[in-house]
Design a protein around this ligand. Sequence first.
Ligand SMILES: Cc1cc2nc3c(=O)[nH]c(=O)nc-3n(C[C@H](O)[C@H](O)[C@H](O)COP(=O)(O)OP(=O)(O)OC[C@H]3O[C@@H](n4cnc5c(N)ncnc54)[C@H](O)[C@@H]3O)c2cc1C
Length: 457
Amino acid sequence: MGERLGEHAVVIGGSIAGLVSARVLADYFDVVTILERDHIESRPAVHKSTPQGNHLHAIQVGGLQVLSALYPGFCAKLCAMGAVPLRLTKDFPVYRPDGVAYSLTGAVREPRDLGLELYSQSRGLLEHCLRECTLTLSNVRAQCDSPVERLIVSKTRVEGVCYKSGGEPHTIRAELVLDCGGRGSRAPRWLDEMGFTAPEETIIGVDFAYSSTRFHIPNHNGDLGPFSFVVGPPPEYTRGGALAQIENDLWLVSLGGRFRDYPPADEAGFMAFAQALPAPRLYEIIKDAERVEPISHFRFPTSVLRQYERLTSFPQGFLVLGDAISSFNPVYGQGMSSAALQACALGAILAERVNSPQGLDGIAAAFFPKAAEVVSTPWMLAANFDFAYPQTTGTRPPVPPEILRYLLALDALTAEDIETHKTLVEVFGLARPLSALWEEPLRSQVLARLNRTDNGA
Ligand SMILES: Cc1cc2nc3c(=O)[nH]c(=O)nc-3n(C[C@H](O)[C@H](O)[C@H](O)COP(=O)(O)OP(=O)(O)OC[C@H]3O[C@@H](n4cnc5c(N)ncnc54)[C@H](O)[C@@H]3O)c2cc1C
């Protein structure tokens, strides 16, 4: 093949995964068309199929690194649009029943600047910025109000899509169709209709719900940083909350609760829930603040992982990416970063194929194992936090007790050692692989600490 892998690629879904994937595909196809069923406004907004966009959406360090690499100047543009810069972890106080901490487990008690920057903004702003950056590429075009209804299939090959626009049916022929249709992706159904096997699903019942709204907080005594969490340790505490400064000098408050302890969507119930959080900080700030929009509520019953990498046969010319593969418990803020990292993995595979006679043949067998690798760390981390609650249902990823002991000792070490703290934050932020927690000299430090504990020191 030459510099290109094909004339046309189609991306189903123009949300986070679809936009980043289109950016990656644009390097290898003459034209990339994004088909999005919703109406998309040319300003930051939550569109119909992504109601989760009303709630707290933090992009992790790893996701931000991918976006910065794919879109030079991305962070500067995000800031220019109104995003608020934050330093990890000094700008992330965690208010707990036992006082303020700078790590979710409570091990770190003083603010530390780890040299890592993040940005706080609404999901609508992030997606809007991503869309603007993607659509500056001359070979990417996006059509909204264009639901894809079915795939065009010839034997075992996907050759394009049929979609509706303006009430009329249309078709596009493409060498590659990428389904970024989110958790409700039709790929399993389409596979079944084509005579292929749909992927197995791993489901974890987390029974979680968010209620969120925005406030104007004019007088906060100058002691309010741009981001605060309120949580309590599991399994006792099922509720939490976050307060994030976002664009337009507004504050987004998301309250979360598990196992039917859901935050209400009415004013009185919302405030009462905030008042009963594990620490008073958030309630004290919002009790006299002005709410500027209705309260949105979102239920998230289950995390879902679709094991595409286990399928032994798959159509040519077709891939699936983003929430369509794995939809994580949102409380850990992993989905957008996971989608960006999956797109990055796809880019690496396409780069290898561009000068190979293989072209796009067997691309699914190359991509799905890489996507599964990307997804495995956030899935494992989230599942282990979730299973700290006995009410969580489903399959717990097998983690041997000695690994758990190691991780507990490592977490305790973060209190004394900034480098360990940074490594842990980078792994949780999907910027480094899980294996970084076992690299030297960290490994020896953790084992020495475990020895000291075993010897009663
Ligand atoms: C309450 C909540 C809070 C969250 N908070 C965070 C967070 O803090 N940080 C984080 O990283 N992640 C968070 N997430 C996850 C995050 O929202 C997703 O991971 C992210 O949106 C990436 O998803 P996606 O692009 O794969 O799918 P989606 O965002 O769901 O988008 C799928 C798109 O495909 C379109 N589509 C679907 N089918 C078709 C079709 N047939 N034709 C055309 N278009 C179609 C839809 O209209 C939609 O626009 C949260 C999720 C929830 C539920």
